[in-house]
Design a protein around this ligand. Structure first.
Ligand SMILES: NC(=O)c1ccc[n+]([C@@H]2O[C@H](COP(=O)([O-])OP(=O)(O)OC[C@H]3O[C@@H](n4cnc5c(N)ncnc54)[C@H](OP(=O)(O)O)[C@@H]3O)[C@@H](O)[C@H]2O)c1
Length: 334
């Protein structure tokens, strides 16, 4: 190969070109100084809702399409990257892609928390990978460490601050002595909270994520609908001030905890008094953290940006590169 020539080996299809989709393209289209396998990846097709929106980074003519089925059935595409969000058509497209032999990368916690079993069973039958590092903790590597680096430990607890919006709101309420409603309005203006903040402030997003983490850390399947879930709407400035006087901060924690015999598991999401000495007490703003306690390891805390274009895309592209690495190894061994 001549120097500077791009060795394109793997074609990928992106479903979605919003915040995370464009972040993903930015990394893939600018491989210099990054993992050398990025040079083996070509974005072949990108599925969106509208062809009329201005897009950045711009894509060559013919790549953008509203026909998402044509991506998941394209024989040239080996990895489908689902960055649409929501349950449908994400679930159906992921299943169709798997049925067509595609490996999957997704950032979609909602679809994995509710339909993970169906998706993993289909992937096992088809012999393809489903990677989802970006679905929990945005840019923080947490899925792979739980599966691999921490996998030999007997896990006792996984406790997460895994929703940036609620952590931002609680942090602002603590620092400004402000009430929930006014901080939520400010967070919406700054783009830290959605126009419809329900999934975040009522704890549903955190419940999706702890369902995924608990299934990985403790094995087996967690029924998402069985997770008791209380959000932060009822927390007011007085609660936070009392907590402060007593040496605590209030955090929305997602908790998965095994009993002493390791034969039953509690999984729940609720606002919690956290001692100011506890490592999670100082996780502020939109940051996320996951504290894992295991035997014989003790405590490990993974901390960092839990959302955002670049951080989330970092996790997505790492998953793509991991799959490319495996496919290349398999090709070499054949
Ligand atoms: N944003 C974050 O910081 C973050 C962090 C972690 C995980 N995630 C997850 O990443 C995923 C994507 O999030 P995002 O923030 O990138 O979303 P987004 O900005 O709203 O982008 C969604 C993209 O999907 C396309 N789309 C959605 N529904 C579609 C449909 N039915 N048919 C065709 N195209 C459709 C949209 O097309 P148009 O462009 O034409 O509208 C858009 O390009 C979600 O699962 C989210 O939970 C996001």
């Amino acid at each position: 190969m001549e120097s500077g020539q791009k060795a394109v080996t793997f074609k990928i299809g992106l479903l979605g070109y919003g915040t995370v989709g464009t972040g993903t393209a930015e990394i893939i289209l600018d491989p210099s100084g990054r993992n050398s396998l990025l040079k083996e990846i070509e974005i072949a097709k990108v599925g969106v809702r509208s062809l009329d929106k201005p897009r950045s980074p711009e894509l060559p003519v013919g790549i953008l399409t509203t026909d998402l089925e044509s991506i998941v059935t394209d024989p040239e595409i080996s990895i489908v990257v689902e960055l649409l969000g929501g349950l449908e058509p994400s679930r159906s497209l992921i299943l169709k892609a798997i049925a067509n032999g595609k490996n999957i990368v997704t950032a979609n916690k909602a679809v994995i928390a509710r339909h993970g079993e169906e998706i993993y069973n289909a992937a096992n039958d088809a012999g393809v990978y489903v990677l989802l590092e970006a679905a929990v903790g945005g840019g923080i590597p947490v899925i792979k460490p739980l599966k691999q680096s921490l996998g030999v430990n007997r896990i006792q607890t996984v406790i997460g601050i895994i929703n940036g919006t609620t952590n931002y709101i609680l942090t602002q309420m603590t620092e400004e002595g402000a009430d929930f409603g006014e901080v939520l309005t400010e967070a919406q203006k700054l783009g830290y909270a959605e126009a419809d903040p329900t999934a975040d402030v009522d704890g549903y997003d955190a419940a999706d994520k702890i369902a995924i983490l608990a299934a990985i850390a403790f094995g087996g399947r967690i029924k998402r609908d069985d997770i008791p879930c209380e959000g932060i709407r009822k927390i007011n400035a007085t609660d936070i001030s009392y907590a402060d006087d007593l040496g605590f901060v209030i955090k929305l924690l997602a908790i998965a905890k095994a009993n002493e015999n390791n034969d039953s598991l509690q999984v729940r999401v609720h606002p919690t008094l956290v001692s100011k000495e506890h490592p999670l007490a100082n996780v502020n703003g939109v940051n996320n953290a996951v504290l894992v306690e295991g035997d014989p390891l003790g405590q490990v805390m993974l901390f960092g940006p839990g959302a955002g274009k670049g951080a989330t895309a970092s996790a997505v592209v790492s998953d793509i590169v991991n799959i490319v690495g495996i496919l290349l190894t398999n090709n070499t061994n054949e």
